[in-house]
Design a protein around this ligand. Sequence first.
Ligand code: MN3
Length: 240
Amino acid sequence: MTRRDLISACAAAGAAMGTVFGLKGQAAAPAPAPNGPFTLPALDYPYDALEPYIDAQTMQIHHDKHHKAYVDNLNKAVVNYPELQKMTPDQLMANLPNTPEAVRTAIRNQGGGHANHSLFWKTLAKSSGSTTPKGELAADINKTFGGVPALQDKLSAASIGTFGSGWGWLVVDQGNLKVISLPNQDSPITGGAHPVMGIDVWEHAYYLKYQNRRPEYVKAIWNVWNWDAISERYASLKKA
Ligand code: MN3
């Protein structure tokens, strides 16, 4: 019997078995990913809204593929944990040390990815609205850093200097503005801080347009901040 014959014989036997068990034509697929409780938020703007600073293809893949994968994998991670299913992504991050050990790493990575990107999209905008921080955020940036250019230097340096994949963050920590860098999808919330804005320096965020030129991407992103949304977020964080 040649190899080809063997394969046909096995296929025939398989088909016969399939008929017996009523599985004819049914592909052996893994269990589908649950559709919830976490869902991919829609972008508030078209993929090309941030051109030429962040290109449309990067936005599409970043949102539709990368962020979606975090959501899908988070849903898989919580499938046996009804108490985790009821939490918001931010609550998951705050309670990470108390989550079941079996899924803690998945929650940290996938839940962090979901929380971080959900914030990220909201802090970006096409060029309309305020081009500088407003209100309390503007006042506190001046007080803490000496102005927006100084914040830009500091947050850019923290982002560019992140080794490998991670984020540079502007956070509120104990009532004070601070710039930090965190690896992977670790959330500032797990460390007790509240993210105001962050720069995603995973290569998926910039590689199609900027390749290895991370500093160019980090410089470009300062053209597309949604300062209205970031300032409002800061005001509500201060109130809370
Ligand atoms: Mn990303």
